[in-house]
Unconditional design. Structure first.
Length: 121
């Protein structure tokens, strides 16, 4: 049970980190991959409070993940981390009003089924 909570903490911090990174990038706007504007926009993105918070939360997630990897087989732990995809889809819909169609919902259900089956092994 304690190991599952560690995975949940790692996934939760990673999802929150991604959500803050997305919010930061919404404030920055589209980043073009041209050599003239790219450095300026990336620097601006790295100074965004939302992006900095996202990077920090993602870093905390990594620390929890290292603890997870020291305790659990990778073949069990890594697939369970995919539940973060499902949580991210839900919060992207809720916070950013992203469209979530039937195929994405079905994909999330398949992920949940897979995580359930792996947790039983």
């Amino acid at each position: 049970m304690k190991d599952f909570l560690l995975i949940l903490f790692s996934v939760s911090f990673a999802v929150c980190g991604q959500l803050f990174l997305k919010q930061g990038m919404l404030k920055i706007g589209f980043i073009y991959l041209d050599p003239f504007s790219l450095p300026r926009l990336l620097f601006k993105a790295l100074l965004s409070p939302f992006a900095l918070l996202g990077i920090g939360l993602y870093s905390i997630s990594t620390l929890f993940w290292l603890v997870v990897l020291s305790r659990i087989n990778l073949g069990v732990a890594y697939p369970m981390a995919s539940i973060g995809y499902v949580i991210t889809v839900f919060f992207s819909w809720l916070l950013f009003k992203e469209e979530v169609g039937l195929m994405r919902i079905l994909g999330c259900l398949v992920i949940c089924l897979g995580v359930f089956l792996i947790s039983r092994s």
